[in-house]
Write a protein that binds this ligand. Structure first.
Ligand SMILES: *Cc1c(COP(=O)(O)O)cnc(C)c1O
Length: 810
């Protein structure tokens, strides 16, 4: 807890209005949706994609009374009892505060940066060092300008070592992170290719990242990552294959799931077995080993601990449970900050009002009254129906909880009782420290997945959304297309994220898709593209808004509303400006409007049309004509009905190519899922990743053939891998016989022979591959679509429903 007057000297500000300078706060708030106890918060009006000043009223209503703002003209008269601090840049102010908090601790602070492996190395070190240290680690991959500040804020006097991750994507960013973290020990994990992270060259990227280590010694780094110009840096302790590296990698041998590393440190040679076989994991292990050696650990100790590392899922996952429930599995680590994140995610789920939590004891937390109170307070402000605690020490927490709770001394005890706990029809968060292995509970509650899964990255949806939002002028609304199972990505799981991110509208193709979302608790407006007579009942029942596209459907919907005595029902009028699919033709506008005006049964909320070639340069003139015609048709409508309606015509490509036609709203479809026909226009992330596994590997002589009809003719003696995905999963048969490419351990391989219903075969002759290896099915979905003469839309929506979706939120 700080009071305002204590922090004032540490934040550069130009003006202040402090009726209550003694106001106390412990939470740095910047997103009103996440505020639970407003009186505890200091709110920063960050100016990002959305201007935080617009949410001050909301924060105030949630009890916040202290604000840091940057708008010099902000009118504070409505908030006479609130504190205001004016700064030049609210993000910098938040960082200054985090830096001040950090400066109060004189403990070792390990700063980690690099292209890949930051989060893994951080978590592994936390595990490797925890017997000696009460170690704080920044939660998840909180490594951005905001993430680092929030991470540091959670540092407390109980910790005696901190591991903080820093990530940058452009020049100039690292200085700010460095000033906050001020590491005393550095780790540089790896250097990837330049263009993927937004830098012009490897040197430029390295130089930016290296700024984290200004004045820091030592810095652990793979020598292969250091560009020429830096090779003489005296603060480096390197690992690599060269004799001059402090930790020299001499060679290795592999069995099924271990790699035995032959190493030399100082003058001594030794071997360490790492429980991994892939290169990325081995690199990360080498970094960890060198960190421990540098800290003075004995080889024996390192060896004993490294062998216990696991390639565990570190991301928070959302899965469908067996008993009409949703399971949020976040069982890799447990500390205050990551619990907070997981509870926020739980709060976003609307599919059931019943929310439960299974919570194990924490790592690296001393069990003082203060800590217990902090955790109890966090839990008591959530709306949880039940909390199930695991671990002996948790009794003390239990006594302070206000909701029904149970306690089990161990995970085994919990597993024995699991069947009787009634964990049905709810959303259940499993949050536990690694050693409690709560994932065992998850396994019993979740339907077992078959080896092919579609991973959905919900955070990528948020990223893509904000990319497109940044293309819109103020006041332009956005509709998200969630038809066809959200282009294959899921229903309420995706809709919950969109609702949480304050989308104005969701759009489905059919009424039953809309009904499913409503039953899952989605409450924002939903438009239905293709309603028909048989579904009018459900439209009303589920509060859906139909697209009205013809005189016939207009008449029948009005007749239906008459039987119910309903007036002014919201609908959307579809106008045909050239697509010639659904919609009123120009000559039908007059008669349609007459019917609408005389009946008074419906209210036109929006009028819209669809561009046939929004992303095409050749069709530019045609698009302009469509836009023109659309505007004429809508003015005719507005003139005769006597009120104005919202207008929209742009889909994803339209948003990028026709900014002049954004009008009142845009309809974002495929771009939300990470695909855009406009190359490199925006920084999109693919949302779905289709993965399968190798079931069997065989050596086949070149005289043989592979698969049905002997189509898989071999040119040489070959090694063939069979994977568990076929056309029934949505892997198109046209991808057979060398057309389809998949990726195994980073290497591209091609299909051999015809695609079967549930399987297909790959040529792995030239690469290292083992049974059980993971296979990325579409390393380049755009390319795959082009190769078989289709578009990404078809491949995405074609991934069959039997392929299990697993949702991540990082
Ligand atoms: C599907 C659809 C969209 C979205 O199109 P994208 O190309 O995926 O952005 C927009 N409007 C209508 C009417 C649609 O049917």
């Amino acid at each position: 807890m700080y009071t305002l007057d204590i922090i004032l000297p540490h934040i550069d500000h130009s003006k202040r209005l402090l009726p209550y300078p003694q106001a106390r706060f412990s939470v740095l708030a910047y997103d009103t949706r996440k505020i639970r106890l407003g009186t505890d918060c200091l709110f920063f009006a960050l100016v990002q994609q959305r201007d935080g000043h617009r949410y001050i009223l909301d924060a105030y209503q949630k009890g916040v009374r202290s604000f840091v703002i940057s708008d010099p003209d902000f009118d504070t008269r409505d908030y006479p009892d609130a504190n205001f601090l004016w700064v030049n840049d609210t993000m910098r102010a938040l960082q200054q505060l985090a830096a001040y908090h950090r400066s109060r601790f004189s403990i070792p602070v390990v700063g980690i940066t690099g292209s890949n492996g930051k989060t893994i190395v951080k978590s592994w070190l936390h595990q490797l060092l925890s017997p000696e240290y009460k170690c704080y680690q920044s939660p998840k991959s909180y490594n951005s300008q905001l993430g680092v500040a929030l991470s540091l804020w959670n540092l407390t006097a109980e910790h005696d070592l901190a591991i903080i991750e820093a990530g940058v994507s452009k020049i100039g960013e690292m200085d700010f992170l460095q000033q906050m973290i001020r590491p005393t020990f550095g780790i540089f994990t790896s250097l990837g290719t330049a263009h993927r992270e937004g830098f012009n060259s490897k040197e430029e990227k390295f130089a930016e990242k290296w700024k984290l280590f200004a004045g820091v010694s030592p810095v652990i780094v793979p020598s292969s990552a250091i560009p020429e110009a830096y090779s003489s840096s005296s603060n480096c302790i390197t690992w690599g294959g060269r004799p001059e590296d402090q930790l020299q990698f001499l060679g290795s041998s592999q069995d099924k799931d271990h790699t035995v590393l032959q190493l030399r440190y100082e003058k001594e040679s030794f071997v360490i077995a790492a429980p991994f076989v892939d290169k990325a994991s081995i690199d990360n292990v080498l970094t960890c080993i060198l960190v421990m050696l540098t800290m003075g650990y004995a080889v024996d100790t390192i060896e004993q601990r490294v062998v216990l590392l696991r390639p565990l899922e570190m991301r928070l996952q959302l899965k469908k449970g067996k008993y009409n429930n949703s399971i949020i599995d976040d069982t890799y680590s447990n500390d205050f900050a990551s619990l907070q994140i997981a509870l926020d995610f739980l709060g976003q789920q609307n599919q059931s009002d019943v929310k439960k939590l299974i919570l194990s004891d924490f790592e690296g937390e001393e069990w003082t009254t203060k800590t217990i109170d902090k955790f109890a307070q966090l839990l008591n402000v959530q709306s949880l129906s039940q909390v199930i605690l695991v671990g002996e020490r948790m009794e003390m927490l239990r006594s302070k909880l206000q909701m029904p709770s149970l306690l089990f001394k161990s995970t085994d005890e919990l597993l024995n009782a699991l069947a009787d706990l009634g964990l049905k029809n709810c959303v259940l968060l499993l949050k536990g420290a690694r050693k409690f292995e709560l994932e065992r509970v998850g396994r019993l509650l979740v339907e077992q997945s078959h080896d092919t899964i579609l991973e959905i990255n919900l955070k990528a949806i948020e990223n893509n959304l904000s990319q497109y939002r940044s293309c819109l002028s103020k006041g332009v609304r956005m509709m998200a297309m969630v038809k066809a199972f959200s282009y294959g990505s899921g229903s309420f799981e995706v809709a919950n994220v969109l609702q949480f991110n304050k989308l104005d509208y969701l759009t489905v193709a059919f009424v039953d898709e809309g009904a499913e979302l409503r039953r899952a608790g989605i409450s924002i407006p939903i438009m239905v593209l293709s309603p028909h007579e048989g579904t009018f009942e459900d439209i009303l029942l589920y509060d859906l808004e139909p697209e009205i596209y013809s005189i016939r459907i207009l008449r029948s919907f009005i007749a239906f509303l008459e039987t119910r005595g309903i007036t002014s029902y919201p609908v959307h009028l579809k106008l045909d400006t050239g697509m010639h699919r659904l919609g009123f033709m120009p000559d039908e506008i007059g008669p349609a409007v007459d019917i609408i005006r005389t009946s008074q049964r419906i209210k036109i909320v929006t009028a819209f049309s669809h561009l046939v070639g929004a992303g095409s340069r050749e069709l530019g003139t045609f698009s302009t004509q469509q836009i023109q015609l659309f505007k004429q048709m809508v003015s005719q409508i507005e003139l005769s009905i006597g009120y104005s309606v919202m207008k929209h015509i742009c889909n994803t490509s339209g948003i990028v190519y026709h900014p002049e036609a954004h009008m009142d709203m845009v309809r974002l479809g495929i771009g939300l899922y990470g695909f855009d026909m406009a190359p490199n226009a925006l920084n999109l992330e693919e949302v779905g990743t289709l993965k399968t596994t190798i079931t069997q590997i065989k050596k086949i002589p070149k005289t043989e053939t592979v698969g049905y009809d002997r189509k898989g003719v071999l040119q040489r003696d070959s090694i063939i891998a069979t994977v568990k995905i076929g056309y029934a999963d949505g892997y198109d048969r046209r991808l057979g016989n060398g057309i389809g490419e998949m990726s195994i351990n980073g290497n591209i391989v091609t299909t051999v022979g015809n695609i079967c219903m549930d399987m297909c075969m790959l040529d792995v002759t030239d690469i290292e591959a083992r049974e059980g290896d993971e296979v990325l099915v579409f390393p380049d979905l755009n390319q795959a679509a082009r190769n078989i003469g289709t578009i990404p839309y078809e491949l995405l929506t074609g991934i069959s429903s039997r392929v299990k979706r697993v949702y991540f939120y990082e």
